[in-house]
Design a protein around this ligand. Sequence first.
Ligand code: PMP
Length: 421
Amino acid sequence: GALGPVETAMVARRQSLLGPAYRLFYETPVHLVRGQGVWLYDPDGNAYLDTYNNVASVGHAHPRVVSAMAEQAATLATHTRYLHDGVLAYAERLLGHFPAPLTHVMFTCTGSEANDLALRIARAATGGTGVIVTANAYHGVTASVAECSPSLGRGVPLGPHVRAIPAPNPHAADPAATFAADVQAAIDDLQRHGIKPALLMVDTVFSSDGLFTDPTTVLAPAAAAIRSAGGLFLADEVQPGFGRMGAAMWGFQRHGVLPDMVSLGKPMGNGYPVAGLVLQPPVIAEFGRAARYFNTFGGNAVAAATAMAVLSVIEDEGLMQNAAQTGAMFRKGLEALAKDYAALGDIRGAGLFLAADIVTDGQPDRARAALLVNALREERILISATGAEGNTLKIRPPLVFSEDNAAFFLDRLSKILNRGL
Ligand code: PMP
């Protein structure tokens, strides 16, 4: 559809107020005024199915989360340099979801800050500076993590101490051996340049590389390789974490690997900016001696109350189980469609994090993926594409997504594919 007069004016106001670096989704941008559960609403009251938003993970405007946030804001909103039980109660509850040696948590406001802090801690703990990431990874916006984020493109060069390796290839003869060999080659290259390896940083589902949830054998040998070179292993759980995988609370658990540090973000506060870094105590010992840590808003009383409510909802509403069940049904539906339509290639994913490669004659087709994303938007389904080739539909709905929601998505997708798109 065409953009209305109000929206046309808003696009111009964004350009003049926010400057040139911002990008909108869709050829016809969506104007939203309200959200509830899996639905987002425009000013005319039209409902859009949100199949992309992993921040509002327990559903938009969840009443329990909203009232916990509002009540705490109306009671006390202060930082972590006073004694307040909220941040401690939340830390205890959160750490209860981690295996035993991961017993500290430090709070930040964003995933970027959590990864940035992890870099500083890794440098202090290892005495090294070298970082290894995957080829189309995204780890955040600060100066130090942007230079560890190849997906930002050539305009944001990798740091001289950063090496990018291919994401695991599920079609390789031995994906785990190949990935570990790539980590080792990056270690060797860093060392040849006189750089001591400090950190292997990976999103445990390789979201921006195109979503490679499987096989789950690739992370353990890679972690062993970085450790034997004196470096640490960071699991970036900003995307897969907080139950999205269905079978596990965290992506690393599916791999049976124990990270030195785990970064958390996006879904942690269901929209309230709260994030953090979970770590094994020995890792922070040197940093703790040399520096103090304070983050004005990180772990503030409202953040802790909000994040606590999010965890309660995940547990009480059985959202991991829903992610497993609805995700499995959704995936089967996509696989069935892929048998009927040549435009759908590889289907991947776990829980409520699914990917469908869009192809023409079996080859990645970025333009076709963009057409599909925009066609779905016209059907009032919100989705985006990702991956190195930009041809992977990234399906990542709130965890309250139902089988009916999945059926609706599959119906609209097949309708669009029927038109030959
Ligand atoms: N790590 C990963 C894997 C992410 O996807 C993101 C955000 N897209 C970040 C880190 C950065 O998080 P934030 O935007 O909260 O700074």
